[in-house]
Structures are given as C-alpha cells and as structure tokens.
Design a protein. Structure first.
Length: 368
C-alpha cells in the first residue's frame, strides 16, 4: 500500500511509519516534527511565527501539494492536521479526498469529540475536562472548550469524522468519545513503540539505593495535564526521604534529550487525569521504567490484559500521588518486578510491528 501519514503527535506517526515500512508498504510522513520535539519526518512543513511565517507556510504547502495525491490511505493525526486556521483546512481536506482512495482520522488528542463528550456525556469518571459530574475550570480546560465548541474547528472536526472512511483511536479515552457516535467505523489500536528485547536482561535485581523518579514538564500544559500536582508530590517525597529518593525534571526539551535524561530512572510520572499511559511513558516502560499515572481497569480491559499490572495507578489528587510514591520509596523490592512487567507489557501490546500489522489489517478492511 501507498500510505501518507499527515501530522505528528508524540512520535505516533513516525513510529507507525517504521513498522509499516518493515511490512513492505511505501510510507510518507509529512509533519512539523510536533514542534520543539522534532520527531523524524519525510516532508518537513514548519510554520514560522508572524504573518510572514504564515505566508511562507502556505507558499511551501502549494509547492508540495502535488505530492499529496495518489495514496491508498491518507491518515490525519487530528482534524487540525496542518498549522492553519480551520477554515483554510476545509479545501485541503477536499483536495486530499478527491485525489486519494481512503481517508482515516486519528483520535489521538485534543479535538471536538474529546472536549464535547467529556463535558456533555461524561463517560469518564475524570478527564482533562471533568471531575465526576463537575466541569474543570482551570484556564486550559476553559480555553479548549472555547476553541472547539461552537467554532469552525467543531465544524471541521464533525465534517471530517462524518466523511472519512475510518477513525482510529490510540487511547481508551479517545475511543470512548468517538465510538458511541461512530460505532461502525471507529477502531481502537494501541500506540506503536520501538521495543528493546535486550533491556530485560540488564534490569538489576538488586534494590536501588535511591529510587530515581523522573518527570517531564511541558510548561504551557502543566496545570491542564496535572503534572504540576505530580511534581509537587514528588518534590515533597524527595524532601521527606532525601536518602531514598532522587528526582530528575526535564522541562520542554526535544525528544532525544528527553530520552537521555529519562534513561536510568526507576519510575516516570505521567499525566494525572488519564486512564491510560500516553506515548512518553510507554516509551519509558519499553526501557524498563515504571509508569506512575493512568492504569485504570478500562486500560487493561480494552487490550484484554488480565495478568500484567505494571502501572502504578494514581487517582487525580495530590494525596493519591503522594501515597503511591511513598509506597514505592518505602518498598523498593517491588521495583524489579514492575520493571520486568513494564517491558513485557510493551512487547505484548505496543510493539511497533504488532501495531503496524493491526493498522495494515484495518487499512485493508477499509479499502475492500
């Protein structure tokens, strides 16, 4: 198959492309590298700031638009798959529709269905937008609601979701928001991760002198993702147990640098309001680093996992994070077991070739 992956979030498309190429498909990734994270891509399309940046971006898009035709599958990372206003994306979507066989929409992050369903139907006990029946009122949640509800972005998202040939969700949460409206064409496929078979053999069975905690902070999204609370709890534990804890903090750094800082950690602190681990903690788990974050029952149910429980699940409160971190620091004997389970879990459910095969089967079904 000839496949175009348009846009990037957290290395999803770049990793998927690796897997699909291994299976013999011809794959092109067009993206901005997900901004400062700078993930690999075949066609680089980055918007520079200011009005001139916008004009140059459009000019570059016009020079490459002929390369965006003749594909069997075009997969969009999000309805806002280019760095343009929603109204400018409509004609580009129609062009892609006309000149390619099938279009797949990714449910991989922020979009109208994620915002609206979390606010209206509230299928999740907690999320980026609700805590039980109550809506969250932090600045980011309000901004995203204003951005996606009753706007051109909503129109664009609804049009693409209704018009496209398939919707693929990468996390349980996104599946829960798309599946009720589009049961016939929504599928859940786990995120693809490069696995390291040799990692398991180098995990030390001896207990660490200090438990090394790692947290990545994206300054602009800290409150919304709950990493501010995660960080406070980790700092309190490091202060209370200085002889038993070491805390490393990476703040808005490119992916390669992030990985270097993360390597050698015992545990990574993920997002607070999630049911499931996202790309960065999955990447960490593949290296035998324990994820402290979303490990709700639904996460295991959707992938039919009834034995492995590698994730230290936290509820969206400071107390829950503090308590779980304290337990880990005071009982380091759990660490080798959870590290081995983390690697096994990724190999079993997220190995990039296994995931690429699931995409391949889905694409074939859509094309048939």
């Amino acid at each position: 198959m000839k496949i175009l992956l348009l846009g990037e979030y957290s290395n999803v498309h770049a990793t998927l492309a690796d897997g699909l190429r291994k299976l013999g498909h011809q794959v092109t990734v067009l993206s901005n590298g997900d901004f400062w994270k700078n993930y690999p891509r075949d066609i680089d399309l980055v918007r520079k700031p200011g009005k001139l940046g916008g004009i140059m971006y459009l000019a570059k898009l016009l020079t490459i638009v002929h390369k965006l035709r003749g594909y069997d599958i075009v997969q969009l990372i999000n309805p806002m798959f280019l760095e343009l206003k929603a109204e400018r994306i409509f004609p580009i979507y129609r062009y892609l529709r006309k000149h390619n066989k099938k279009i797949i929409l990714g449910g991989f992050g922020m979009d109208y269905y994620w915002v609206n369903v979390c606010c209206q139907d509230k299928p999740l006990r907690y999320s980026d937008f609700n805590m039980g029946d109550k809506l969250r009122t932090n600045a980011d949640a309000l901004k995203e609601r204003k951005d996606w509800i009753g706007t051109t972005k909503e129109e664009l998202n609804r049009m693409i979701a209704e018009d496209c040939d398939g919707i693929v969700a990468g996390l349980y949460e996104y599946w829960a928001c798309y599946q009720p409206t589009f049961p016939q064409k929504t599928i859940f496929i786990p995120y693809p991760i490069h696995t390291y078979t040799q990692t398991s053999s180098i995990i030390s069975e001896s207990l660490p002198q200090k438990v090394k905690l790692f947290i990545g902070i994206n300054k602009s999204r800290s409150e919304y993702k709950g990493t501010d609370i995660m960080l406070k709890a980790a700092q309190a534990i490091a202060e209370k147990y200085p002889d038993k804890t070491e805390l490393r903090i990476a703040e808005s750094v490119p992916f390669d640098e992030y990985v270097k800082m993360m390597n050698g950690s015992d545990a990574i602190l993920d997002q607070l309001y999630s049911y499931t681990p996202s790309m960065n903690p999955l990447e960490a788990m593949s290296r035998g680093i324990i994820c402290v974050g979303g490990g709700e029952p639904e996460n295991y149910e959707i992938i039919h996992e009834d034995k492995l429980r590698p994730i230290i699940n936290v509820l969206p409160t400071y107390e829950s994070v503090y308590q779980q971190l304290e337990q880990l620091v005071l009982h380091p004997e759990r660490i080798p077991v959870l590290k081995h389970q983390s690697i096994e879990y990724i190999i079993k459910h997220h190995d990039y070739l296994k995931v690429a095969k699931q995409y391949e089967a889905f694409y074939k079904q859509v094309l048939s």
